[in-house]
Design a protein around this ligand. Structure first.
Ligand SMILES: [Zn+2]
Length: 496
């Protein structure tokens, strides 16, 4: 790609040109969900944002290894290493095995992501599947002298680390400032310093998920898993580390400290953070009763909603803001997103059957408007994945498509090459990059039927039964369903 991509890097607090360490390969790590309850909408927004980034990098020709973990152990209720493990607590309260909780909410999470048409990551490692790697990392940090053991627990020594490194490099804060804003250690605390955090925690006898270690039976601290798993799958240095903005001040700050302490470098070149959702101007939170679960939004069952919205409308609503901006939820805002989405979706359907008229003299105005709109699709995404700019550019193409389809403009008055470029750019961005589907392709039953048929066809292909896979494709084509094998190895479909 000749165009340059710029990304906002939290680490340097500025937009920088994206230059991968080992192009065309790109390594991207995103902190995944803690699977102890239904995924909330703020998390969905984060993962949809990184889905957009994954899709665009892939579209540009990069071979992206996208790692997004599942936190199934070690995430305690309190930020200062206190309280119960969230998964264990839910298991105790529900009288279930922790792994039953993990299974249920992992499956639910995947279903929600699929509903939003988010592609699965390349690797989805779990904390419990990487206990050995985490123990090795604790050992390495102890060996380098940046951690200490107290009665079966191991803590990271932040003040010692900060003597030679900058602990606040990501959050931009001075250590003194952070120390002044942290509660004083109590007499029972094993920690030496107020900012020290647990790498390994000794398990109480009643604790459900625990493993043997050189320091006794215990479990890993939450921050540790991301350092261990990113190291394992992306190496000591990779390109992008992402997550929600709320993870930046502590979780990501501690992750960097662990990596620097154990292997000498910050793991990622670019740190990307997604902003939060608000409802009618207020922060979304369970306690205020103004946060929605995805299903409440789809069914319109939440008291603050006047009706339900389809998953594609919600995805579109998210894409209408840059991932770094807050998004405010209101009935009016999502209604506006719905009509904008329908307009672009209609244009995608018209474009699918639009044939160019016989060529006549080129109308320079239409020709250059289409070329500019096609370029703007890229300009938007190249400016730190600015999806609202790209949606505006698609809207400009949609206007041309509508006037060609409606006959108010002659599609023969642009070059054949420009007509082809318009079609390709619109389809590339609407379907592949923004990950949208047209309205028709959303009916629940049709979606499920199509996914079953696509699975059967893929099975036929795996069995080298090309006669059957071709028969399925041709048969669907005859009744108006088009299958498209995408670059990510999956199959999309559209209906004419
Ligand atoms: Zn993480």
């Amino acid at each position: 790609m000749e165009q340059k991509l710029f990304v906002y890097n939290t680490l340097t607090r500025k937009k920088e040109e994206f230059i991968p360490l080992d192009a065309p390969h790109v390594g991207m790590y995103v902190c995944g969900p803690t699977v102890y309850s239904d995924v909330h909408l703020g998390n969905c927004r984060t993962f949809i944002s990184f889905d957009l980034i994954f899709r665009y990098l892939t579209h540009l020709g990069y071979k992206v290894r996208y790692v997004r973990n599942i936190t199934d152990a070690g995430h305690l209720e309190g930020d200062a290493d206190e309280g119960e493990d969230k998964v264990s607590k839910k298991a105790r309260l529900s009288a279930l095995e922790p792994m039953e909780i993990v299974q249920k909410y992992t499956v639910d999470f995947h279903e929600v992501m699929k509903t939003f048409n988010a592609l699965p990551p390349s690797i989805e490692p779990t904390a419990t599947g990487h206990i050995i790697e985490q123990i090795e990392l604790v050992k390495a940090i102890l060996d380098k002298g940046y951690a200490y053991e107290v009665d079966g627990s191991v803590y990271f020594d932040v003040e010692k680390y900060n003597q030679t490194q900058d602990y606040g490099i990501l959050n931009g804060r001075k250590l003194e400032d952070m120390l002044n804003n942290t509660r004083t250690l109590g007499g029972q605390d094993q920690k030496h310093g107020k900012l020290d955090f647990a790498l390994w925690i000794k398990a109480k006898p009643e604790h459900l998920m625990k493993w043997p270690s050189p320091w006794g039976v215990g479990f890993p601290g939450w921050h540790l898993e991301c350092s261990a798993m990113s190291n394992k799958y992306l190496g000591h240095q990779f390109d992008i580390h992402g997550g929600g903005m709320d993870l930046m001040p502590t979780h990501h700050t501690n992750e960097i400290a662990q990596n620097v302490a154990s292997c000498g470098n910050n793991p990622a070149t670019y740190w990307l953070h997604t902003n939060m959702l608000t409802t009618n101007g207020q922060k979304m939170s369970k306690s205020l009763g103004n946060s929605f679960l995805p299903n409440e939004l789809f069914n319109g069952t939440h008291p603050l909603l006047k009706k339900g919205y389809s998953p594609m409308v919600v995805r579109f609503f998210f894409l209408q803001a840059s991932y770094r901006s807050t998004i405010d939820f209101s009935n009016e805002a999502i209604d506006a997103a719905e009509s904008f989405y329908k307009r672009l979706s209609e244009a995608a359907k018209k474009l699918a059957s639009l044939q160019q008229n016989a060529l006549v003299a080129v109308d320079d105005e239409i020709e250059s408007a289409i070329i500019a709109a096609c370029e703007d699709c890229y300009n938007g995404m190249n400016d730190n994945f600015n999806s609202p700019k790209t949606l505006d550019a698609l809207n400009n193409i949609a206007k041309q498509v509508n006037s060609f389809a409606g006959g108010t403009r002659n599609s023969g008055a642009i070059k054949a090459e420009t007509f082809g470029r318009m079609k390709k750019t619109y389809n590339d961005f609407f379907f592949d990059v923004l990950g949208l589907k047209t309205e028709d392709s959303e009916g629940g039953d049709t979606d499920e039927l199509m996914s079953l048929i696509i699975t059967l066809r893929n099975q036929a292909k795996v069995n080298k039964d090309y006669a059957t896979s071709d028969k399925i494709r041709e048969g669907l084509k005859q009744i108006g369903f088009q299958l498209n094998d995408n670059k990510q190895g999956g199959t999309d479909w559209t209906k004419n």
